[in-house]
Design a protein around this ligand. Sequence first.
Ligand code: XIL
Length: 317
Amino acid sequence: AQLHLLARATGKQYFGTATDNPELVDKPYLKQLSNNHDFGQITPSNSMKWFATEPVQGKFNFTGAEEIVKLAKKNKQLVRGHNCVWHSQLADWVESGAFDNVTLTSIMIKHCYTLVKHFKGDILQWDVVNEPFNEDGTFRSTVFYDTIGESYIETALRSARAADPSAKLYINDYNIEGLSPKSTGMLNLVKSLKAKRAPIDGIGIQGHLIVGQLPSFDSIKSNLQAFTNLGVDVAITELDIRMPTPPTTDSLAQQKIDYETVVKACNEVKRCVGVTIWDWTDKYSWVPGVFTGEGAALPWDDDLKKKPAYDGIAAGL
Ligand code: XIL
């Protein structure tokens, strides 16, 4: 059976994938992307980011994002919004503007509010804040944290809630799959946001992992459980499991096991609502462009053929 159908049958909301606008001209790619038995949800991997949506102060551009939301509607797929506030793929004017606290706060509120409002009613979950942590669980130094302080997170969440009260609001980060100092940082942040009655609905766990180097199943499951015990949902938002290229029979077999491990951990935690892979074919994975000598991270290969990882996911669902 196919991935989204399997996910629905086990009580999850969706199984999904990221996609990006330039890929949509590839006909065989578009056909499988639109297969809502495998993918019940899509995430635009770039076109909702700040550089794309507010490249010039006050000049919003939703063309790319709208194309993907429209496609999702046509395919009857849910959409995750990604993202409002992030230190990367930001617009130059935000970072180099040397804005003071009051000014940057109003810039950030306006950005989030306008973006989330534009897609009001169309988005299941928003990654309101992306990657706020360092590996040791302290807050990452970014223009937002350095200028506004920790409260930028709560402020961004409140502006997103005001813009679309029905969207589930997430904080999203990587290397928080298993129990770790970074996961503890996330746990403490969400605990404190809850105590302030800030609008936080979920924790996004990116899941950019390495074949053979995952945290254990127990560590992942315990961590997801600890997050949901705070009274929020969790989602695996950007799963890919990379390996040295070219792949071998052994590395593909281990990758299958690793996909199953992550998907099964989500499956066994009630409030883990769904899993999204960070695109579905190695042809369009971001991995080789960023991690030298690594790739083959997704469940379909460069020729859009299913790899053993596909069956690993199916087995975990
Ligand atoms: C990546 C995209 O996939 C690439 O196309 C882009 O060049 C860089 O960003 N964490 C995130 C995602 O939250 O937004 C990133 O996406 C991957 C890491």
